[in-house]
Design a protein around this ligand. Structure first.
Ligand code: CIR
Length: 257
C-alpha cells in the first residue's frame, strides 16, 4: 500500500531531454508538459497519496523523471548512479528529499563503476527484478542486490534488449499479473507470471502504474486498457504525450512508497 509519492515539476530544459525515439518522435511542449504533470500529481493525490511535488530544476532536463535517481522501499532507499552525464547530478538533489523520509542509516548508494536507474527496477512483493540495460550495469545490479538483501529483499537480473529501461517492456500489476512485450514473454525469469502480451502498436502502455489497486494507463491505448479492465482493475487514463517524446512514461514520473 503506497501512502506517499515524490514528484518533480518539469523544467523548461525538458525540450533537451534525452530521447531514443523508442515511442515516438518530437520535442515536448513545455506548457503542455506542465499541465500533464499537474494532472498526474492531482491524480496521485485523488488516490490518497501524500505527494511532495518538488520545484523544477533547469540544470537537469530529465529531472522530472524522479524514478531514476533513487529506488525507495519499505526499510531503505538506494540512491542510484544514473549512467548519462546529463542525469548523474540528479542523485545529489533527490537525496535531499529522501532524507525527509528515511534516516541516514537507511540510505545507501550505488557507486562507480556501478550504474543504475530506477526505471530498471521492478518490485514484486519482496523480490526485485533488475534490468541490465544501457543504464544499469552488472556492477550496479550487484551492489543493489547486496544492499537490499540486508532488508529481506531478493533480486534477479533480466536482460533489457529492446530499448531504455526494464519497465518499458515489463510491468507488474499485482495478483501475479504482468504486462510484457513478446520478447519479455519468453524471458525465463517471468515464466511463472500470468503474462499479458501488449500489442506492439501500444508498446508505451506497458508502463501502466498500479496505485493501490487502481491502474493508471496512458491515454490512447484501448487494447491495453481493455486487457487491464478485463483483469478487474479500475482504470484511470492519463495523458503523458509530452513526456512520451523523450521516452518518459507513467512510472518514471514518481517515486512511490
Ligand atoms: C532518459 O532518457 O533518461 C529520459 N529522457 C527518460 C527517462 C524515463 N525514465 C523511466 O522510464 N524510468
Amino acid at each position: 500500500m503506497f501512502t506517499k509519492a515524490i514528484t518533480k515539476k518539469p523544467c523548461k530544459a525538458l525540450i533537451d531531454g534525452i530521447s531514443t525515439g523508442q515511442f515516438c518522435e518530437g520535442t515536448p511542449d513545455y506548457e503542455a508538459a506542465v499541465k500533464q504533470h499537474d494532472n498526474y500529481v492531482e491524480t496521485l493525490r485523488q488516490l490518497g497519496l501524500e505527494v511532495t511535488d518538488l520545484e523544477a530544476d533547469e540544470r537537469f532536463p530529465d529531472s522530472c523523471f524522479v524514478e531514476d535517481p533513487a529506488v525507495v522501499m519499505e526499510g531503505c532507499a538506494v540512491i542510484t548512479n544514473p549512467a548519462r552525464d546529463s542525469r548523474n547530478g540528479e542523485k545529489y538533489e533527490i537525496i535531499k528529499t529522501i532524507r525527509k523520509f528515511y534516516d541516514d542509516s537507511q540510505i545507501f548508494h550505488i557507486e562507480v563503476p556501478g550504474t543504475m536507474e530506477g526505471g530498471d527496477v521492478m518490485l514484486v512483493d519482496k523480490h526485485f527484478y533488475v534490468g541490465l540495460s544501457d543504464r544499469t550495469n552488472e556492477e550496479g545490479a550487484k551492489q543493489f542486490s547486496d544492499i537490499v538483501s540486508k532488508f529481506g529483499y531478493t533480486t534477479t537480473t533480466v536482460p533489457v534488449t529492446e530499448g531504455l529501461h526494464l519497465k518499458d517492456f515489463a510491468v507488474y500489476l499485482e495478483n501475479n499479473n504482468i504486462l510484457v512485450t513478446s520478447v519479455m514473454n519468453d524471458e525465463p525469469a517471468f515464466k511463472d507470471f500470468n503474462r499479458f502480451v501488449v500489442d506492439p502498436d501500444e508498446l508505451y502502455a506497458i508502463n501502466s502504474l498500479n496505485i493501490n489497486g487502481t491502474v493508471l494507463v496512458p491515454a490512447g491505448h484501448p487494447k491495453t486498457q481493455k486487457i487491464i479492465e478485463n483483469l478487474g482493475y479500475p482504470v484511470m487514463l492519463i495523458d503523458t504525450t509530452e513526456f512520451k517524446k523523450i521516452d518518459g512514461s507513467l512510472t518514471c514520473l514518481s517515486l512511490r512508497f
